[in-house]
Design a binder for this molecule. Sequence first.
Ligand code: HPA
Length: 248
Amino acid sequence: MEHISLAVIGGTGVYKLAQLDDVSSHQVQTRYGTPSGPIRVGTLLGQRVAFLARHGEGHSLPPHKINYRANLAALQQIGAQRVLALNTVGGITELFGPRVLACPDQLIDYTWGRISTLCEEPGTDVLHVDFGHPYTPMLRSKVLAAAKVTGVRLQDGGCYGATQGPRLETNAEIARMRRDGCDLVGMTGMPEASLARELGLDYACLAIVANWAAGCGDGDEITMAEVLANVDAASSGLPELIGELARG
Ligand code: HPA
């Protein structure tokens, strides 16, 4: 098995990794089924990096249909121990406006009905993993350090609220999430983070704020065009940051 320095899972608007060279594609099967698409393994600024598009490369999978277990198990099977999750999100609180990049340190799970554990099947061991710090603190530190070295502005901390989707939230739902302490809202942060913990993977989130969440901005409708344009604009420094993270 090859050593992969870092695996990256791309979210909405990030379907491939710029500057990934000499790419080979891997269709991996796991005991949990098939991942969202091929894993692309290549060299990024001298480091071996794997990339998987969470929603599929054509964005065909809604958040509740993603096989999170297969995605993570496939990355582990090809030799990755560290996973950087890119999550496109809405911003709720003042520091998290559109085009901000953030590395949250907490999360609240509002999703339901998703397969959220490896112990789903009869006969599998029941796991009660510690999840007080849902993102691996050491990997978070390295993400923040890589941002500093590469001059990428990155907000340190924040609470990610994971909603069911695929619809966006009501103003009242976001108001409740704000009262709960959420700074960011997205649809794919869970069960990915807790499954990574169950699998023993190091896992951190790099959230890309694409829009003000419902009721937090000027009240205009949130459109996919706005989301994609902001993700694009905010992502220009990501290859350097990811390359630096993979090095460390
Ligand atoms: N809510 C949930 N998920 C999102 C949003 C949002 O406003 N923007 C991008 N992903």
